[in-house]
Design a protein around this ligand. Structure first.
Ligand code: CTP
Ligand code: CA
Length: 224
């Protein structure tokens, strides 16, 4: 049979991909998290590695098996994720933040398991750092920065706002209220919006295919 010809279009490039949801501890046995599966990020990491890139995959908890040819860094909280991404950022060419980062963390994590008491309980949360925004502030002109936006309404408008606010080169927006898009499914329906104002509306497709389209678009824009 004929093996599919491997294109090595990302050879010599260092790519950071973040994937899956972060976990914010409440006490030793509990945490706050979200429904992100990590499928999109793992598909991107796999595709980038197959194109010859040096891939650092900074991943929240998921049971997806990581491809062997990537450097896998497993993290739990948003702040841990930030630390590892920033350690690798300086010499990286492309950064793709597909992780679902918790916007807030528990203000005071209990050192012992919290016992139940009153009928109503309140947990105080504080804002996490915006990892992507921090990267946008320090990136050089040569570094390509990609964010994701998961929205349930006004998808394009909110996504464009994030592209600008976080100084991104591209944002991949998806309407997670649509069947076949977003969290914990194998498919996605995305809009790829770039800082030059172009918008590509991708049809319903497998996340593995969307990963290729995202990387094709990044390569196309970087080589301009
Ligand atoms: N992101 C991040 N750090 C955070 C929150 C989000 O790096 N603390 C990144 C995500 O990985 C994603 C992008 O920012 O690439 C947009 O995330 P999203 O949750 O859609 O947007 P937010 O800016 O958090 O705004 P909101 O949740 O209020 O819509
Ligand atoms: Ca958010």
């Amino acid at each position: 049979y004929v093996e599919k010809q491997n294109n090595q279009s990302l050879k010599g490039k260092k790519v950071i991909v973040s994937a899956a949801g972060t976990r914010e501890p409440i006490d030793p046995v509990r945490y706050i998290s979200n429904r992100s599966s990590g499928k999109m990020g793992y598909a991107i990491a796999t595709e980038a590695a197959s194109r010859g890139a040096e891939v650092v995959l900074v991943s929240g908890i998921t049971n997806i098996k990581a491809p062997e040819n990537v450097k896998l860094i497993k993290v739990e909280s948003a702040r841990e994720m930030q630390k590892h991404i920033e350690e690798h950022f300086a010499d990286c060419d492309i950064t793709i933040m597909s992780a679902a980062v918790s916007d807030y963390r528990v203000k005071e994590v209990a050192s012992q398991k919290i016992k139940k008491s009153d009928e109503v309980m309140t947990i105080e949360l504080v804002k996490n750092p915006d990892i992507l925004k921090g990267l946008g502030e320090k990136k050089s002109d040569k570094q390509y920065l990609v964010g994701f936006a998961a929205e349930t309404q006004n998808v394009e408008e909110y996504a464009k706002g994030k592209l600008q606010r976080k100084n991104l080169d591209m944002i991949v927006a998806n309407d997670v209220s649509q069947a076949g898009a977003g969290f914990n499914v194998d498919t996605n329906i995305a809009k790829i919006i770039t800082c030059d104002g172009e918008i590509k509306q991708a049809p319903l497709m497998q996340k593995t295919e969307l990963a290729k389209l995202i990387l094709d678009t990044i390569e196309e824009k970087m080589n301009k």
